[in-house]
Design a protein around this ligand. Structure first.
Ligand code: CA
Length: 236
């Protein structure tokens, strides 16, 4: 299920960048250019899964949009602000914001925040729901691929579980470190994640009769679980 993100920003350049990055990260997007249309989205029958809300808007400003929206929905909101003096109120969540980002901001950081807020709000689907012939045995902490056991270290098992739980999403090394710790790590570095993922990829590819690559590496971002049926991407 693809999360639907509402972007409320009147400045076309900024809105364009934010929308581009979110779509590129696999989200569905909607765009509102003023407070009134933002409220129409937020108080309608299908509020977005998350809203990126600029404070400086024509008409009703972003903070007032948030205040009014909170009477109708607890759908998460990340506020964009260029005014440092607003930050304290936002931090205190007095206005019901889930997070805030100060302008100017890095679009990549913005996408990371969006994912983090969504992750807090939505529990990951059980790994069993992932399509494909790869199954995890929680009790044994092992994986089977097409019925054949894949020998994994505890760290590799936790990495695979984290990747499968958020399949379709590119996960950063930092996310994987946070969610795939086995509690006994001597080497909690992002570089260690690379080497564990590399081993995991190799083992899965070796165990797959078709030799598929089950984990995709995204340069500069991280890794994604990429089962073959998703890779085929054709037909029905
Ligand atoms: Ca603005």
């Amino acid at each position: 299920m693809t999360a639907r993100i509402l972007v409320v920003e009147d400045e076309p350049d900024i809105a364009g960048i934010v929308l581009d990055y979110l779509r590129h990260a696999g989200f569905d997007t909607e765009h509102a250019v003023d407070g009134a249309s933002a409220l129409a989205h937020l108080t309608g029958t299908h509020p977005p899964d998350l809203t990126v809300l600029d404070v400086m808007l024509p008409g009703i400003d972003g903070l007032e949009v948030l205040r009014r929206a909170r009477r109708h929905t607890d759908s998460p909101v990340i506020v964009l602000t260029a005014r440092v003096e607003e930050v304290d109120r936002l931090i205190g969540l007095e206005l019901g914001a889930d997070d805030y980002i100060c302008k100017p901001f890095s679009p990549r950081e913005m996408v990371a925040r969006v994912k983090a807020v969504l992750r807090r709000r939505t529990p990951p689907p059980p790994p069993e729901a992932v399509p494909g012939a790869l199954l995890l045995d929680e009790a044994q902490q092992q994986a089977t691929l097409h019925g054949t056991p894949v020998p994994l270290t505890p760290r590799e098992f936790h990495l695979l579980r984290a990747l499968m739980a958020r399949h379709g999403n590119v996960l950063s090394r930092a996310h994987l470190l946070e969610h795939a710790g086995d509690g006994a790590a001597q080497d909690p570095s992002e570089r260690a994640v690379d080497s564990h993922v590399k081993n995991l990829r190799r083992k899965l590819r070796a165990a797959d009769p078709a030799g598929h690559d089950w984990i995709r590496s995204v340069y500069g971002v991280g890794f994604a679980f990429d089962p073959p049926d998703a890779q085929a991407d054709g037909g029905d």
